[in-house]
Ligand binder design. Structure first.
Ligand SMILES: Cc1cc2nc3c(=O)[nH]c(=O)nc-3n(C[C@H](O)[C@H](O)[C@H](O)COP(=O)(O)OP(=O)(O)OC[C@H]3O[C@@H](n4cnc5c(N)ncnc54)[C@H](O)[C@@H]3O)c2cc1C
Length: 395
């Protein structure tokens, strides 16, 4: 089958709408039909939600469906599945795994979370200590993960665990798909500075994972995880936003609607941040175009760095602009939100939540190291643990 061009995609979109009119078709039924028509993510292979078409043509489908009032899959709610689990499954999954997992992942029927960070392994993720030990056709997993966003909503998790403690830390890791409803998986909320608990600590005790839910070869989980992490940075820092979308939008609106708050100094700073936000937005567009040609590279780290810095500066400016009003914080109540919604909340929430932006998906310091080494070609940080077995490392 030859991949369709823009006209072909427009025609297929209209055929989908004719066969499943959004007004009379249930949401899940429509999303499943869209996946089966290859219009979910057009650059994915035929039979897996796509048509092998160029990724740059996705907006043709999205615009046609939005104009007809068709439901979308609420991408912000299932960001980890779409942005991180899916590209990893596509790159390393068996045919059986792709067939089983991609459709309900894309429709949002099954939410995914990421079991990577541990109390002793965040920036130095390869130091992780969660163990997976082979037992017949299964792996038995024991350990603790932390900062696991959406674990309380998730049906599945991407999980990395140590399968060989006798080799250097990067080499003894394997990558699994963990069923969050299995016995031995315990999820506990962790309350954040915002008062809410988006994320969790997850305890894994004797969790049995069948070997057919391993992604990639035994001991090569670090390589598989690189695909997840590079895609994570792109999905955090390179999300598609319209002009004045994202964090800059609410500040600019307040500036326009409330002239009594304006000062010369804030004007200058707002102009600078507006330009920087626009540059970041356009750079994100370019990055997504580069993705058409292959995997994300270290550019994703640069985007994520800029995203974190800008969000923190812009939300700080917004609190200043609002003066005393900016210090009020709606309700500091413990909630378990389904998604992170920057724009639909008050300034105080944006200010506090954006603090996490320079930590999640790799801290800004660590991303600076990546940019220094892989983009600028500067000397790498000295590493003394490269050739030492994980079990002999000081912890
Ligand atoms: C909102 C939020 C959501 C998250 N969601 C998830 C999730 O769903 N799943 C998941 O697995 N994890 C998640 N995380 C965890 C996140 O990936 C880690 O917090 C992050 O990688 C940092 O690890 P750490 O917290 O252990 O800090 P550490 O690694 O202990 O770092 C502490 C400090 O030391 C600095 N530092 C460490 N190493 C270096 C170095 N080599 N050079 C310079 N400075 C260094 C860091 O920059 C930081 O300032 C989330 C975090 C946040 C804030």
């Amino acid at each position: 089958m030859t991949a369709p061009d823009a006209a072909g995609l427009r025609r297929r979109t209209q055929e989908l709408l004719a066969a499943h009119p959004p007004a009379t078709t249930g949401r899940t039924a429509f999303l499943r039909a869209r996946f089966d028509a290859g219009l979910a993510w057009v650059h994915y292979p035929a039979g897996l939600g796509g048509l092998d078409a160029p990724r740059s043509l996705q907006p043709v489908v999205d615009a046609g469906l939005a104009a007809a009032g068709a439901p979308d899959n609420d991408p912000r709610r299932i960001g980890i599945g779409l942005g991180m689990a899916a590209p990893t499954l596509l790159g390393f999954g068996t045919d059986e795994q792709k067939q089983r997992f991609l459709r309900p992942l894309w429709t949002g029927e099954e939410v995914w979370c990421q079991l990577f960070s541990e109390p002793g392994a965040g920036s130095d993720l390869a130091a992780l200590g969660t163990r997976a030990v082979r037992d017949g056709e299964d792996w038995v997993v024991d350990g603790q993960k932390v900062w696991t966003s959406s674990a309380h909503l998730a049906r599945w998790a991407i999980l990395i665990a140590r399968t060989d403690p006798d080799v250097p830390k990067h080499r003894g890791i394997s990558y699994f798909i963990c069923d969050m409803t299995d016995p031995g998986v315990e999820v506990r909320p962790l309350r954040q500075i915002t008062g809410e608990a988006e994320f969790n600590e997850v305890f894994l005790t004797g969790v049995r994972i069948p070997d057919n839910r391993r992604l990639g070869p035994v001991g090569e989980g670090w390589k598989v995880a690189q695909t997840t992490l590079m895609n994570e940075r792109v999905s955090i820092g390179g999300a598609r936003v319209p002009r004045e979308g994202g964090m800059i939008g609410p500040v600019v609106r307040t500036w326009r609607e409330r002239p009594e708050l304006r000062t010369h100094d804030l004007h200058q700073r707002l102009l600078t941040l507006w330009v920087e936000a626009e540059v970041a937005r356009l750079t994100g567009t370019r990055l997504r175009q580069q993705l058409v040609a292959g995997q994300p590279g270290p550019e994703g780290s640069g985007m994520k760095l800029a995203f974190a810095r800008l969000n923190q500066e812009i939300s700080g400016l917004e609190v200043e602009l609002l003066g005393e009003e900016g210090l009020l914080y709606g309700e500091w109540t413990m909630r378990r939100p389904e998604l992170v919604d920057f724009t639909g909340r008050d300034a105080g929430y944006r200010y506090l939540r954006s603090k996490g932006n320079s930590i999640e998906g790799g801290t800004s310091e660590v991303l600076l190291n990546i940019v220094a080494e892989r983009v600028l070609g500067l000397p790498a940080e000295p590493r003394t643990d490269k050739d030492v077995a994980w079990k002999d490392l000081a912890r």
